[in-house]
Structure formats: C-alpha cells, structure tokens
Design a protein. Structure first.
Length: 279
C-alpha cells in the first residue's frame, strides 16, 4: 500500500525529473512556457496567459537557435519570433549560471517590451521549480546572483553603433534588425560574442526601402559567411489562408502604405518567397 509520504516523494522526484529534462532540452522547456497573447475574438481566442504552441515552424526555429552560433531569420510579421527567442533567453538564464544576455531592439521602448516577454515567461514557470530571486528587476535589466557570487543577467538595449560594445555577452538577440540604425556598426560591436563562443540571433521583416541593407547582405551571404539562414512564408502560421491574405491586404490603412502599393506592402510584410522579401 502506497502511503501519502511515499507518494509525495514520488511526486517530488517526478517534478525534479521534469525540470532536469527541461534543463537539458530547450524543446522540452517550451512545454512549460506560457506567453501573454492579445485577445483575438474574431478567431475565437480570448488571449491572456496561454501555453506556448509548438507549431512545426516554431520547432524548426527552436532547433536552430539552440544549436547554431549565428542565426538570421527573414520572416513575415507576427509569427512568434520574439516569443521563441524570449523563451530561449529565459531557458539560458534559468539553467546556465553566469550568462550575460543582450536584447537589442530598434529603440528603447521596443527593447523594454521585449524584456517584458522574457519576464512573463520566467514568472510563469512551474512553482515547483527552484528559482533564483532577482537582485535587479527593472525596465531594462533582470539579474540574479547565484552560488559563489556568479551573476546572470539579461539586459535590453536600444540599437546604437556602440550597443553591446565592451559587454562580454554569451547571447545577443536582435529583433527587427533591418530597422536598427547603424546595424553594421552595432554588429561590429557585438561580433566578439561569436569569437568567444557565444551566439547572435538576428531576425527581421524586410525593409522595402533598403534593398542593399547590411541585414540583407548577411542573409544573402549565408551559409558561406557562417550564418544559418531561415526564411518563413507568410502562411507558415496556422490560420493564414489565401482568404486571410486578401482580407489583410484590403484592410491596410492608406497612411501605413508609406508610398507602397498594397501588393508591394504585402510582399514586404508578408513575403511568399525570399525573392519578394529581398527586393
């Protein structure tokens, strides 16, 4: 007969085994992640705290960012790049003492919003998992100090030519990188991260006004330049049908077109091929 004490020990052992599996495997860690989803009443989604959905393309990104030193992603809008990279930052921060993670966005407000996603994931990990109390939890930084004074941190910075310079980062994440001012100089500042064995993950929609941008040059040069490149079609996210695409095109506010035709706008924001995105 199993006693309550024995069952409690079994449960505790099971929880520890789950955490250990999540520590070893980022894809497993995603099973314990929640995101903060905006409500979408027209498609029956109430929003709020929801489990991370491991769609096929999400798993493809997760595999790449957890195994490659340099990853560049050319993507349509709103496919979850910021959430999957936020989850990756949370995973590294939770299980790898001494990490120094930099999130670099096009401006300060965007950087803070990105860090908020990491913070949301961290705060909603299982209560049964041992956690380290943050010594700093501000708009721009989360940090903690573990055994032997080893500090782990995640900092959010606006993109400048010197953003990341003099930081001994283990991971740099750059979202909407094509729209970062002086991306080439910023990349030069963070490139020592790679030489020291760290990672740089860069993702963006295309900037149709910059056909010869530094971002596009890096993407076109892959894989010969050492980068793992990934392109995702606009329909990769479940629910995006031809009808959805046409409705999206028809609903573009004129002021958002910025001189582009609706067709050109959709090629930039929701490309169907690399060629469309790289024009």
């Amino acid at each position: 007969m199993t006693t309550k004490t024995e069952l409690t020990k079994e449960e505790a052992a099971g929880l520890l085994a789950q955490r250990e599996e999540a520590r070893r495997d980022f894809l497993c860690f995603l099973d314990f992640c929640y995101i903060d989803e905006p409500p979408q009443p027209l498609v029956g989604r109430s929003g709020g705290k929801v489990r991370f959905e491991k769609w096929a393309y999400i798993l493809e990104m997760a595999e790449a960012i957890s195994t490659k030193h340099t990853v560049i992603v050319l993507k349509p809008r709103q496919i979850g790049f910021s959430w999957i990279t936020s989850a990756y930052a949370a995973w590294r921060y939770t299980f790898l003492p001494g990490v120094k993670i930099l999130i670099i966005s096009k401006d300060e407000k965007a950087a803070w919003a990105y860090l908020d996603k990491v913070r949301f994931i961290l705060r909603n990990l299982p209560d049964s998992w041992p956690t380290t109390t943050a010594s700093t939890d501000s708009r721009s930084e989360i940090s903690s100090e573990g055994e032997h004074g080893i500090k782990s941190s995640i900092e959010a910075l606006a993109s400048t030519k010197d953003a990341g310079r003099s930081y001994e980062a283990t991971l740099v994440i750059q979202d909407e990188a094509e729209f970062h001012p002086e991306l080439n100089l910023n990349h030069a500042a963070t490139r020592p991260t790679i030489a020291a064995g760290g990672q740089i993950i860069m993702g963006s929609t295309a900037n149709g006004r910059e056909p010869f941008s530094f971002f596009k040059g890096l993407y076109k040069g892959a894989p010969g330049n050492g980068w793992k490149k990934m392109f995702f079609h606009w329909s990769v996210r479940p629910g995006r049908t031809e009808e959805w695409y046409e409705a999206e095109k028809a609903s573009i506010p004129p002021e958002e077109l910025g001189g582009f035709s609706p067709e050109e706008y959709m090629e930039r924001e929701y490309p169907a091929s690399e060629a469309e995105a790289l024009r």
